[in-house]
Ligand binder design. Structure first.
Ligand SMILES: *Cc1c(COP(=O)(O)O)cnc(C)c1O
Length: 374
């Protein structure tokens, strides 16, 4: 038996550097409300992601909720069931009906060929997710949105720093939402952002995240409190300096997994896509059924017994949780690909400091499982 290995382990800034920043915060006495660290972090995220506009948030979920509200969406939003629950919850929190669309069998993102059939006179937007940081078919999605006059919000919670042909994904659609949660490839403990290119929209978003305050006495609209504080902004600034190093280390881990797992029967995984700068935020494998029998949960348990804690991202499907499973679009027969992938997917541990010897141990366990079972 080895040491316990979890699916992720957060990258951390240098403690001494962080203490210097904390000292500045103690000296200034400004803990939150758009202080100097917040302003600097917002500017730096905007530049790093190559976006024209950026607003920081205390988490990605509130960024999603406010993004939908700022675009004044109504009626129905077409989205994917193969994501973290926050994607659909944010639609529901705006009193909008989520409409689930099946996913593509290759990249597990929303299948653009299935969107059109779901559009009604109530549809106001499409909310796709770049699952595991692998980009959606954004040009097909935009084409549909343009024809039908729909907005597009990308849940880019997994896609920090991802680029397609040198173009940052932050500039796609009407806006993209990011999460800086501790489990994500870039983290500020908790945090999030909305990036887009419309200066007026930025104003509206910033009012909404601060109770609707336009100035000391003018309150426009019914805002909420979703601000990122100075302590986490300072933390995030230090993290940004180390981000590329984290990605490089994860790339080595991903490549090690690929070489170990390459010839294992019944195990599939993603390769890099041409023209895409990846962030290696997750390393999902697909465990294929054997004679109609699902083996994913057996492998999950077997690895746990050996102190390897993988995660079934994403199982159950969002369309199968009690809050949504009675929606007409949630019927399993409407979502065959998502249903199947959700039963076969397993996210293996990946983080910058994961040692290659541990990657080898995990792969040896998977190999002995497949030899026994397949
Ligand atoms: C993590 C995540 C969110 C929510 O982000 P938080 O910062 O944890 O609120 C939203 N969507 C997806 C796809 C996520 O993985």
């Amino acid at each position: 038996m080895g040491k316990k290995i979890f699916v992720t382990s957060p990258a951390l800034p240098d403690l001494n550097e962080y203490q210097k920043f904390l000292k500045k915060i103690w000296d200034s006495g400004q803990l939150t409300n758009n202080g100097p660290f917040h302003s600097e972090f917002e500017n730096r995220i905007q530049k790093y992601l190559g976006a024209k506009q950026c607003s920081l948030f205390c988490n990605g979920t509130l960024a999603l909720i406010i993004g939908i509200k700022a675009l004044r969406l109504t009626g129905e939003i077409i989205t994917t069931p193969f994501s973290f629950v926050a994607t659909t919850h944010s639609i529901y929190w705006n009193d909008i009906q989520p409409v689930f669309c099946d996913i593509d069998s290759e990249n597990f993102n929303i299948d653009p060929t299935k969107i059109e059939a779901l559009i009604t006179n109530k549809t106001s937007a499409i909310l796709p997710v770049h699952v595991y940081g692998y980009p959606c078919d954004t040009s097909s999605i935009q084409e549909i949105a343009d024809v039908y006059g729909l907005k597009v919000i990308y849940d880019a919670a997994h896609a920090f720093g991802v680029k397609i042909n040198d173009e940052p994904i932050a500039n796609l659609g009407d806006m993209s939402i990011l999460s800086f949660h501790a489990t994500k490839v870039f983290n500020s403990v908790e945090g999030g952002a909305i990036v887009h290119s419309d200066p007026n929209l930025k104003k509206r978003i910033d009012y909404l995240k601060n109770f609707g305050f336009a100035n000391e006495t003018t309150i426009v609209g019914t805002g909420i409190n979703a601000k990122l504080n100075e302590l986490l902004s300072a933390f995030g600034i230090l993290q940004l300096d180390k981000f590329q190093n984290e990605v490089d280390k994860r790339k080595t881990v991903a490549e090690a997994y690929r070489s170990f797992l390459e010839n294992l029967k019944g195990i599939k995984f993603f390769y890099d896509c041409e023209g895409v700068k990846h962030n290696y935020s997750y390393f999902p494998i697909r465990v294929e059924d054997l004679n109609g029998k699902n083996l994913r949960d057996e492998l999950y348990k077997y690895l746990r017994e050996n102190d390897i804690y993988t995660r079934r991202y994403f199982f159950p499907l969002i369309s199968q949780i009690p809050a949504y499973r009675n929606l007409p679009s949630a019927r399993p027969e409407n979502l065959p690909v998502a249903e199947k992938v959700s039963r076969q997917i397993l996210a293996l541990p990946i983080y910058g400091n994961l040692e290659l010897i541990e990657v080898e141990r995990i792969c040896t366990l998977i190999e002995s499982f497949t030899k026994k079972r397949i």
